[in-house]
Structure formats: structure tokens, C-alpha cells
Ligand binder design. Sequence first.
Ligand code: GH3
Ligand code: MG
Ligand code: MG
Ligand code: MG
Length: 300
Amino acid sequence: MIEKRATILVVDDERINIQILNNALGDQYNILAAMTGERAIKVASESLPCLILLDIVLPDISGHDVCRALKSNELTQHIPIIFITAQSGADDELIGLELGASDYFRKPFVLPLVKARIRNQIELVQKTAELERLAWIDGLTGVSNRRRFDQLYFDACKYAKRNKRRISILLLDIDFFKQYNDHYGHVKGDEVLKKVARTIEQCASRPLDLVARYGGEEFVILLTDSSESEGAMLAEKVREKIEELAIPHIKSTIHKAVTISIGVTTSSDKGSAFDCRKLLEVADRCLYEAKSMGRNTVVS
Ligand code: GH3
Ligand code: MG
Ligand code: MG
Ligand code: MG
């Protein structure tokens, strides 16, 4: 099933071909057009269409070269390409498929076939995107899972080192959660995890903030481009908001409500100097200290 209007980039140097495809597909998809290879690469990288229909013979570089360029660019390599080939182009078709194209169709167009092949490709793109989303999300709380965090954290460290930016890590752990489960049961415990996750997300809501479930009752916040004081202030805000939820926890020896402890650390502003793994270890040590200081505490 096609859920939302997908964008297709049509690359052909003959206006009539673009018109035919636009007429056949325009009511179902957003159509972008390019008439040269260089233009196709530019539009594809800027607009990131769902699918590219790519003619082979173009006035500047060939469709095969366009395909090579798009497949070697991290941003565009996942966009499926369907080659548009001449009737006699079996070699062209083979080269295209070997370059990583998903399919091909021939000129002159047999429109029902064109439509069916496009529909199949778009469905595949949408299903893959949904599977990726599911693979990245924690099923209980809906925040990113550990696998997603590990991946984005690695990317964020690379970005920070390259651009001499600082990142902060906040490790958050619910206090006396074992006792909570023992007393109120796992179902109620799961509800607490969901509420805590939602509250953390509400506090860390800038577009680049990442909230993930780090382990059982542990969460992590990754702040890109952040200072020490921003990290510590956010941690204090989250700690307060969780306390304000006032979720009864009569087995907590400190507050009679659910609370969290947080360890915070920020990478040095020397850029290249920091080690991603060490940064997590420091945050973990701060969290441990927050626990030993009595819990419901931030240590940075
Ligand atoms: P501390 O204050 O030192 O953090 O103590 P704690 O009891 O929170 O820590 P501990 O590591 O002893 O226990 C963590 C508990 O979290 C145990 C486990 O049953 C619970 N937990 C982990 N994942 C889930 C989950 O998905 N659902 C529920 N309900 N409980 C979970
Ligand atoms: Mg052509
Ligand atoms: Mg824990
Ligand atoms: Mg705990």
C-alpha cells in the first residue's frame, strides 16, 4: 500500500519522454525532472527522491556515470534507480544492473508495465523504511533503542572530532526500580518506564537531541554541540520533572516517589582529543557517584 505521495526524479534529455512519464505518473507521485547527468546528481542529492528513473544516453555524462556517482555517495546510495533503456539495449541493461540499479524499462514506454514496476519499487522503499524504523525503536517505550544509540553516538563522535564541537552524555537510571517491580509488579513497572521515557523526551526536545533506552531501566541522552553547563542544566531539569510526576513508590527509602539519578559528562573542547568509549565510562562513574550520594541526584 502506498501511504504518502512519493517523489520520483525523472532524468531524460528528451522533453517528450519527461512529459509522457509526468502525464502517466503525476497524479500519484511528485515528479521532479532533470535533462542532464550533472543536473540529475544535483537534484538527487538535494531532494533525495524515493526513486530515480534514469535515461542512459544523456548530453553530458552517461546515465551509467550518474548511477556510479549516486551509488558512491552516502546520501544517495540507497535511492533505487530504474534505468530507461533503448529497445535493443541488453548490454546496457546488464551494465545498469551490475552498477546497482534495481530495475530497467524500455523505450518506447509500455505505460502499464512502467507503472507496475514503479509501484513495486516504491513499496519496497516504504517497507524497508518501516523495518528500519522498527529495528531502531525500543518496543516498550518508543524511544530509540541501544543499537540505534550506538550507531548515532559513533557518528556524533566523528562529527564532533572533525568539527571541534563538544557533545554531552547523560546516563539516567531509575532509583530502586527492582523494589518498585517487586512491590507493584512488572506491568506497573513497564508503565513507569514509559512515563519516564516520555518525560525525558519532553525535556530533550531539540531536533538533534537523542534519547535512547540504554538498558533495562537506564536511559541515555546525547546532546550534540553542547556545553558542560547545558548538559548539567538539562540533567537537573529531567531530574526535577521526574520527581514532579510524583509516581508513588513506597519502597523507595529516599522519596516515596519514583526518582532518577543522572551522570553527566561533556567532551573536551580540544576536539580531536576525546575517546567515545571513555566519555561513556566517565558518565557511568558520575552516575555511580550520584547513586552513592543518596540517589535522586545529578553528578557532572
Ligand atoms: P538503583 O537505585 O541502585 O538503580 O537500584 P535498582 O533497583 O533500580 O537497580 P537494579 O539494577 O538492582 O534493578 C533494576 C531493575 O530494573 C531490575 C529489573 O527487573 C528492572 N527492569 C529492567 N528492565 C525492565 C523492564 O523492561 N520492565 C520492568 N518492569 N522492569 C525492568
Ligand atoms: Mg537520452
Ligand atoms: Mg540500572
Ligand atoms: Mg536503577
